[in-house]
Design a protein around this ligand. Sequence first.
Ligand code: TRP
Length: 338
Amino acid sequence: MPLGFVNPTHTRPRVMSGMRSTGRLHIGHLIGVLNQWAQYCETADAFFEIADLHAYTTGFMEPQSIREARNELVLDWLAAGVDPQRSTIYLQSDIPEISELQLLLSMITPLSWLERVPTWKSQIEQLGQEIATYGFLGYPLLQLCDVAIFRGEFVPVGRDQVAHLEFGREVVRRFNYLYGDGETILIEPQATLSDFPEVPGTDGRKMSKSYGNTILISDDEETTTKKVRSMVTDPLKIRRNDRGRPEVCPVFFMWKFVKPGHVPVVEEGCRSGALGCVQDKADFAEALNAYLRPIRERRREFGADMAQVEKIITDGSAKAREIAAQTLREVRRAMKLA
Ligand code: TRP
C-alpha cells in the first residue's frame, strides 16, 4: 500500500472488504485474505462486511443457511486476528444505504459492462441457469457500492475479485464524469492482493468449497491431519527415493506460509529423494496444526460468547450506517435528487 496517501476525509487509508456468508472459511481464505485484514487493523481505517445480500444472489433458495453462516463467518475473522476494536465489522443488509446507492448507480451502468464481467458467464455455467437473475447480474455493482459508500481506497481480496474491482472503477469514473462537476464524489477503489492470493487445495486445484478440497479454520487437529495425509503430491514421485518436483506439489506450496524457514530443508529433501511424501505430509500436518492452534483457540474463546459477537456486528453496523448515510447524501445531491 502506498503510504502517505492522504484522503481528505480521514488520515489513515480507508480499507474495505467483505465476504459472503455462505459457510465456514478455509485456510485459503486465511492465507489469501484474512492475514491481510488483520494487518490492516493496525495500519488502516478498516471496514469488513458480512455480504449477506451477495449471498442471496446465488443462495436465495436457502435463506436459513445464509442466516446461520453469519456468526460463523465473523468467528472465523476474529480467529484470524481481525480486531473488532480497531476495525468496523458490519452486516450489509443492515445498511440500506448500500442498496439505495446500487439503485442509483444502476441508472448509469451499461448492461454490456455487467455481462462482460467473467464471473457472470462462468458462474451460470457452473451453478445453472436458475442463478441468471437480475440480482446476480448486478453482483459486481453491489460490490462496488459496498466499497464506494465507505470511500474505500484499498480492497484486500483474492485474485478472483480483481475483475469486479476493475468494473467498479469504471462505474466510479462514469459517475464522477456525469455528476461530479469537476470534483471527485466517489473514489476509485484498488484491489490489493496478498503474497498468496491463491492457495491450492488438497487435490492441487485452487482451494474452494465447491471442489471439496478445503482445510477449514474450524477443523479439529485430527481432521486436519487426515486431510493433509490425503493431499496429492508430485505424481511422478512414487517411491520415497524418487526425486520430486516441489514446484508441482501443493504440500510444498503450503510450507511456504506455514513455516517459511523450513522450506529449504523440504525442497532439498524432496529434490534429492531423501524425503518421502508420507513423511513430508506427517511433518506438514504437525506444522499446520501448530500454526493454526492459536487461531483455533481464539475461535473457541470468541465462540463461547456469541452475544458478544452479535454486539460487535450491531455496534459496527450502527457506525457504518452513519458513514454510509453521509456518502449517500452527497451522491443524491450530485444527482440533483436532493
Ligand atoms: N464478492 C466478494 C467475494 O466473493 C465478497 C464481497 C462482497 C466483497 N462485497 C465486497 C469483497 C466488497 C470486497 C469488497 O469474495
